[in-house]
Write a protein that binds this ligand. Structure first.
Ligand SMILES: NC(=O)c1ccc[n+]([C@@H]2O[C@H](COP(=O)([O-])OP(=O)(O)OC[C@H]3O[C@@H](n4cnc5c(N)ncnc54)[C@H](OP(=O)(O)O)[C@@H]3O)[C@@H](O)[C@H]2O)c1
Length: 312
């Protein structure tokens, strides 16, 4: 029997359904001369979030895999908002790229005010990276773990800063918990929802450990569901998924403005100065699914991530 079974509460599902209809809280504070790092800012939620922070005066440092799109983004931010925008290149499905960029971030000679882990993919077919890891797990979860791992001392030294995971309600699809014994899906079947849910669940578990690490400091780490929004997500999937996405998912999508406003609120609002280790549906705090609160699994995942992430 599922070891989490008894911990599931219907009230959490009703809360989720209720919360996703709420408008996000809005923060109007400005953020001039602050540095915001965003991964995957070349499209969708990351792109809109970069614009949102820039419109409030923040300096933007994005980490993207595509140089041309990065240049275009920085030109837009500079011309529209007069922002300082720079970029680093990294393909998060490559450990080598991720290590290099994480080291560069850790060595930055200025404080990082907000770090938003946004880059992510959804793949209906099982795909492996050149590091022989399942692609969604590596891109959506492991890269964010590696970046946090390298930059954690910098954050401690700063004694301030907010780390935000663009996570998902889809972590609930990993209802049985993580299968650390089979992250390559050799023993159990693969599906897009399973791999996506597992990667998002892993982020939430790692949040428990990083939150512990940052306790007693001014650094916070939180995760959020950005709403169901129409983006390029799933574009590399097959025709069936694309049909389903267009016909069902996109039809029920909310405005992407809600996602970027939420990410601005979570990164800037004074109301959240002392809030850490929490999951938000847009800007409403919510209880994640039981497997995301399992501290024993979080400990196992930490050790496992050090191992497969090449951090030992
Ligand atoms: N859309 C939704 O309804 C929804 C719901 C819940 C959670 N989310 C989460 O929101 C985040 C943003 O997704 P989105 O919907 O905005 O999708 P999107 O439009 O596809 O944007 C994804 C971003 O991640 C980048 N990226 C993907 N793979 C990468 C890699 N290997 N290395 C570096 N960058 C990579 C993409 O770069 P390129 O431009 O080069 O492709 C792009 O900038 C994801 O974490 C997703 O899981 C989205």
């Amino acid at each position: 029997m599922n070891k989490y079974f008894k911990q599931y509460k219907w009230s959490n599902i009703f809360a989720m359904l209720h919360n996703q209809k709420l408008d996000p809280e809005i923060c109007t504070d400005n953020f001039e001369n602050r540095l915001v790092v965003i991964t995957g800012a070349t499209s969708g939620i990351g792109y809109e979030t970069a614009k949102k922070y820039a419109s409030h005066g923040a300096d933007i440092l994005c980490i993207n895999r595509n140089e041309q799109k990065s240049k275009e983004l920085c030109e837009i931010l500079k011309s529209h908002y007069g922002t300082n925008c720079s970029y680093m290149l990294a393909d998060f499905s490559k450990l080598d790229d991720t290590h290099k960029v994480a080291k560069k971030l850790a060595a930055l000679d200025r404080d990082i005010d907000v770090l938003i882990h946004n880059a992510g993919v959804h793949l209906t077919n099982k795909t492996f990276t050149e590091d022989n890891l399942e692609q969604v797990f590596q891109t959506n979860y492991l890269s964010s773990f590696i970046i946090n791992y390298y930059t954690k001392e910098k954050f401690i030294k700063q004694n301030r800063g907010r780390i935000i995971y663009v996570n998902s309600e889809a972590h609930r699809f990993s209802a049985w918990g993580l299968r650390l014994d089979d992250i390559t899906y050799d023993k159990h079947s693969y599906s897009g929802l399973k791999s996506y849910g597992a990667a998002k669940l892993a982020q939430l578990l790692s949040m428990l450990k990083f939150e512990e690490y940052f306790s007693e400091t001014g650094v916070t780490i939180n995760a959020m569901h950005p709403g169901n929004v129409k983006t390029n997500s799933g574009e590399s999937n097959g025709k069936l998924y694309k049909f389903f996405k267009k016909a069902i998912i996109d039809r029920n999508a909310i405005s992407i403005e809600n996602s970027s406003e939420s990410l601005y609120f979570l990164g800037v609002s004074k109301k959240l100065e002392n809030t850490s280790g929490k999951f938000f549906n847009l800007t409403t705090e919510e209880e994640p699914a039981p497997p995301a609160l399992d501290r024993i699994e979080a400990e196992k995942l930490w050790l496992f991530s050090l191992e497969i992430g090449g951090l030992k």
